[in-house]
Design a binder for this molecule. Structure first.
Ligand code: B16
Ligand code: MG
Length: 218
């Protein structure tokens, strides 16, 4: 059977950590006098930590010294980590583990491609580290999605060629990154938002084993 490489984004695909990012950013925003809503949080999906702070400061027309930014980034991350520390298997999104198991049973490569610098501890907390042949996270890359670097490095780690890679992503920037790497892009979320994706499913419960087999054989 063909060997393909399935690359998973983390936040919004495997787990919903956006709710914890939201709470931590909201506290910081309040402290520095910036209004921060759920709608604003949507725009931070897939965006790096440093870039997220820049966006929040921009929305509030605030300027800050490098020292302040460093301090705030540290504070936000500490608060986020306190939420992460309480995570367990129950936070894995529906049917993600069924898909991971099916891919490994069929001898496929499984790779993580996330912007998060906290990806490894999160995978450990929800106990799914063992499914992954390679992990690429925010510590391994310097260019943020929509740049394809995170997926290219992931493919290279398992010696895969781009056209044999299939990417699961919940952010528009991530879909664009997969497309520009000439990988198959599968959006996880709303079709009208992820309209650049080659395929789109609201969540993994809608992804059948038959569909996965088709991707393996193609
Ligand atoms: P951290 P993903 C991304 O994860 C999140 O979607 C984004 O909201 C967050 O700012 C980014 O990770 C960095 O996270 O602060 O943990 O390094 O969707 O690429 O898995
Ligand atoms: Mg994501």
């Amino acid at each position: 059977m063909n060997k393909k490489t399935f690359i998973f984004d983390l936040d919004g695909v495997i787990v919903d950590t956006a709710k914890y990012h939201f709470l931590a950013w909201q506290n910081l925003a309040k402290q520095i006098g910036v209004n921060f809503t759920h709608e604003d949080n949507e725009q931070l999906k897939g965006v790096s930590r440093v870039q997220s702070l820049e966006l929040i400061l921009g929305w509030g027309n605030k300027t800050a010294t490098e020292e302040e930014k460093e301090r705030w980034l540290h504070q936000k991350n500490e608060e986020y980590l306190a939420f992460i520390n309480k995570m367990d298997e129950s936070e894995i999104l529906p049917d993600v583990e069924r898909v991971l198991q099916f891919l490994k049973l069929n001898n496929q490569n499984v790779v993580l491609g996330s912007a998060s610098k906290n990806a490894r501890p999160i995978l450990e907390k929800v106990n799914i580290m063992h499914y992954f042949d390679a992990i690429v996270d925010g510590n391994d890359v310097s260019k943020a999605k929509p740049d394809p670097e995170v997926f290219l490095v992931g493919a290279a780690k398992v010696n895969a060629i781009n056209k044999n890679c299939i990417v699961f992503e919940d952010s528009v920037a991530g879909i664009q990154a997969a497309n520009s790497a000439k990988m198959t892009s599968i959006g996880i979320g709303e079709q009208n938002v992820l309209n650049e994706a080659e395929y789109c499913f609201i969540d993994f419960t809608k992804i059948s084993n038959e569909f996965l087999l088709e991707q393996i054989k193609n």
